[in-house]
Structures are given as C-alpha cells and as structure tokens.
Design a protein around this ligand. Structure first.
Ligand SMILES: Nc1ncnc2c1ncn2[C@@H]1O[C@H](COP(=O)(O)OP(=O)(O)OP(=O)(O)O)[C@@H](O)[C@H]1O
Ligand SMILES: O=C(O)[C@H](O)[C@@H](O)[C@H](O)[C@H](O)CO
Length: 207
C-alpha cells in the first residue's frame, strides 16, 4: 500500500438505513450463492457483478489469465454506477462483487448508504468449493492470483467481516442481521478493531 493511500481519510460510516450492499471476497467465498439468499430474505434486488464484466474479462478468467487493474476499471465503474442508481431510486440491492483492493472498495462506496461486507474464507474451504463447482467460467487455478490481489479489509477500512466458511444459512442470517441492525454493525466493527482474523470464529488465516 502506498503512503498516499494510507493517508487518505477512512470511508464515511454506513448510514443507519442501508440502501445497497456489496458482498465482497475472493472467488468461491459464496458471494453469489449467499447474496441471492439474503436478497430473497429481504425482498431486495440481487445483481451478480460477474454479469457486469466486459466479455474480454470473462474470456481471460476462463483461460486462466488473472485480471489487471486496467481490466477491472470499466467493470468497477459499472458496479459503482449500478449501486448509485439503486440508492438514488430507493431500490435496495445486493451486489456480488469481489472488490479485492481497498481502492476498489473506496470507489464502490460513493455514499453512506452503501455497506461493504467481506466474506472471509480459509484457503482449504475455497479450494474445496471451487473444485466442486461446475459450469462456471472461472478457472480455479487463478485462486492464488486472487489472494495476491486482495488487500484484506483492515480495522479502519469500514468493511464488515463475515465468516464465509460457515454454513450457508448461518452466513445468510449473519448478513441479514448486519444489514438490518445498526447496533450489530457497530459491534462487528468494534470487534474487528483488534484485527481481522481475530474477529472471526476459529481464527487462522482467512482470505
Ligand atoms: N457457506 C457455504 N458453505 C458451503 N458451500 C458454499 C457456501 N457458499 C457457497 N458455497 C458453494 O461454493 C461454490 C462457490 O460459491 P459462489 O459461486 O456463490 O461463490 P462466489 O464468491 O460468487 O464465486 P465467484 O466470484 O467465482 O463467482 C458454489 O458451489 C456454492 O454452492
Ligand atoms: O476481480 C476479479 O478478479 C474478478 O471479479 C473475480 O473475482 C471474478 O469475477 C470472480 O471470482 C469469478 O466469478
């Protein structure tokens, strides 16, 4: 991380009323699966960020080529525009979007009604899930490149951490609570104050 990035002020705190949620994390953490479950539960819209990638990006990932910052640039713009439109029109939305770097997360959080939630998973669980997934364009051999690109959310980042290794129902319940209860959001942020991994059950290295 560069000095100028470190000196930037932390993002604004999320508003009491959440209008949009970005479910972030590396490939296989459950963004799409759990995002749909949360959206169904809340009666919100769900958009898969994978559907907003330029075709060239999908082609690259399918052929085992990791995306660059330049590849992600137009995609992040589409994601940010989508969030902004939903908030402006009062149509709450869950967007599944990897948002791997802190500057990507800052770019997506254009207003205080947008909440970022990062699904943190162990490497073993991610390998197991990607190995078992069929019919998806993402080449599982790219997982290490996702780890390399990731800036893990830090205590000052304003991104909430969720245990992505947990059972799908549990993950869904946790996220619904964080979206609907400001006190739970504040408690989670405070728990993260001591460091990302220690805020999650089981500890260990998480991505
Ligand atoms: N909490 C969970 N427990 C067990 N399996 C899960 C869980 N969440 C997701 N899965 C499974 O893991 C695989 C990956 O999930 P999913 O496609 O939702 O991840 P993703 O983060 O959206 O990945 P990508 O970014 O590559 O699209 C799927 O087969 C899904 O069924
Ligand atoms: O930023 C990225 O490298 C991409 O968004 C990836 O995370 C993929 O889109 C996703 O994992 C495949 O579904």
């Amino acid at each position: 991380m560069s000095v100028s990035e470190r000196l930037e002020p932390p993002p604004p705190p999320a508003a009491d009323e959440v209008g949009a949620v970005v479910l972030a994390g590396v490939s296989g953490c459950g963004k799409s699966t759990v995002g749909k479950m949360v959206a169904r539960r809340l009666g919100w819209a769900f958009v898969d960020g994978d559907d907003l990638h330029p075709w060239k990006n999908v082609y690259s990932m399918h052929h085992g080529r990791a995306l660059t910052d330049a590849d992600r640039d137009p995609w992040l713009e589409r994601c940010a525009d989508l969030l902004e439109n939903h908030v402006a029109n009062g149509v709450p939305v869950i967007l599944a979007c990897s948002a791997l770097k802190s500057r990507y997360r800052r770019r997506l959080r254009r207003d205080a009604e947008t909440l970022l939630i990062h699904l943190a998973c162990s490497r073993e669980e991610l390998i197991r899930r990607l190995g078992g997934r069929t019919g998806h364009f993402f080449d599982p051999s790219l997982l290490d490149s996702q780890f390399a690109a990731l800036d893990p959310p830090t205590p000052g980042d304003g991104t909430l951490l969720v245990d992505g290794d947990a059972d799908m129902e549990e993950v869904t319940n946790d996220i619904v609570r964080l979206i609907t209860r400001p006190a739970d959001r504040a408690a989670r942020l405070a728990a993260q104050g001591t460091g990302a991994a220690s805020a999650l059950p089981g500890g260990g290295e998480r991505w």
